[in-house]
Design a binder for this molecule. Structure first.
Ligand code: ADP
Ligand code: MG
Length: 362
């Protein structure tokens, strides 16, 4: 079920101060895909989710779920949450500690007064789906964090909603469990073919889980695309900086050729493969990610996008060395294979692949 959001705004006035939590949001959330809202804390993600669910009333705009308008300020439409056909999983799992697994999962069906037999069947099927069959009688408090999260998930799914929404559902799990649950969730949601709206401030979660990512900043959607596009092709500084590790180097367009745009910067000219219009003289910055800075063997000296620098630090983190290199007065992050012979204090030559030097505006 597609969700269409038009011109949605919501202001808060804490202590008389105005905060535009949502600022004219226009958004189409595609049907039967995993869609993620990604952005720093306070950018409006939860507010947008609560508006979709109906727990918050926007000041302006319209929300449609499938063919049905569920909110419109102009048309004076407000469909209450329980009539919107949605399931929601919160950051705190909100499963009931005094109930066992069966009762937790059965609750939404009992609230709808379904026949007992049907409830038992549906709960059994749902629990099988998340590999919790046999746990029906287990008190909720006697489950691990990951199991509790799965109970919260099936409880949101058992009533077969058209759309399921998640607000940072993994943020209370430890790193390892978070990774496992993330993978489970991905395969689980893909099998269901349901519209999933997922909110997170964690870029790894967003990239690895989603079909589409929308990046939010200050109540606005600033970019939307596939995880790949968002990571590699953004021309916005905020997005490049927020997603992954990025070196951002200030500069000015020197010349714009057919194959390359040359940017004058503090470390020297940087050739960037042309992806966007950049006229000579324009102030821009260049983004190069650490994984695209390549170490050159001793003999390879000068040339386009080759820079000489001083290794300031080098830290072994398991699969790679993460380092800082100073080129003139600019420090950049880079990384090296664990087999490297390079040491802190060395002078080395590095190559920036122009295909991965992107020009950022604003
Ligand atoms: P996120 O989920 O991205 O962290 P929120 O949607 O929770 O962001 O909040 C967006 C902004 O609105 C923040 O500045 C937050 O402090 C403010 N805000 C959210 N809810 C309220 C509220 N009930 N009253 C006042 N301010 C709020
Ligand atoms: Mg939030």
């Amino acid at each position: 079920m597609e969700i269409r959001i038009r011109n949605l705004s919501k202001d808060y006035f804490p202590e008389g101060r105005k905060i535009a939590a949502l600022d004219q949001v226009d958004l189409n959330i595609p049907a039967n895909r995993i869609f993620t809202l990604l952005g720093p804390s306070g950018c409006g993600k939860t507010t947008l989710l609560r508006c979709i669910v109906g727990l918050e009333t926007p000041d302006k705009g319209e929300i449609a779920i499938g063919e049905e308008i569920v909110f419109s300020r102009e048309k004076n439409i407000y469909v209450p949450p329980e009539k919107r056909g949605l399931g929601m999983v919160f950051q705190t799992y909100a499963i009931w500690p005094h109930m066992n697994v069966f009762d937790n999962v059965a609750y939404p069906l009992q609230a709808r007064k379904l026949p007992k037999k049907e409830i038992v069947d549906k709960v059994a099927k749902a629990l099988r789906f998340v590999q919790l069959e046999g746990f029906e009688k287990r008190p909720a408090t006697k489950l691990s964090g990951g199991q509790q999260q799965r109970v919260a998930l099936v409880r949101a799914l058992v009533a077969e909603p058209k759309v399921i929404l998640f607000d940072e559902p993994l943020s209370n799990l430890d790193a390892k469990l978070r990774e496992e649950t993330r993978k489970e969730l991905r395969s689980f949601l893909s099998r269901l073919s349901i519209t999933a709206v997922y909110v997170t401030h964690d870029q790894i979660e967003a990239l690895s889980l989603s079909d589409t990512v929308a990046v939010m900043k200050n109540g606005r959607i600033v970019e939307m695309g596939t995880p790949w596009d968002i990571y590699f092709n953004s021309d916005q500084r905020f997005v490049a900086d927020f997603i992954g590790r990025a070196n951002i180097i200030e500069g000015k367009v020197k010349s714009a050729g057919e194959d390359f745009t040359l940017i004058d910067s503090a470390i020297g000219p940087i050739a960037c493969q042309v992806k966007n219009e950049a006229l000579p003289g324009k102030v821009v910055s260049v983004c190069i990610r650490p994984e695209f800075i390549r170490l050159l063997a001793g003999g390879q000296g000068e040339g386009q996008n080759i820079f000489r620098g001083h290794v300031e630090s080098l830290v072994f983190v398991g699969d790679i060395y993460e380092g800082e290199i100073r080129i003139k007065d600019t420090s950049l992050s880079f990384q090296l294979e664990p087999t490297t012979k390079v040491k802190e204090g060395d002078e080395i030559n590095l190559y920036f692949d122009p295909a991965h030097c992107s020009i950022l505006f604003n």
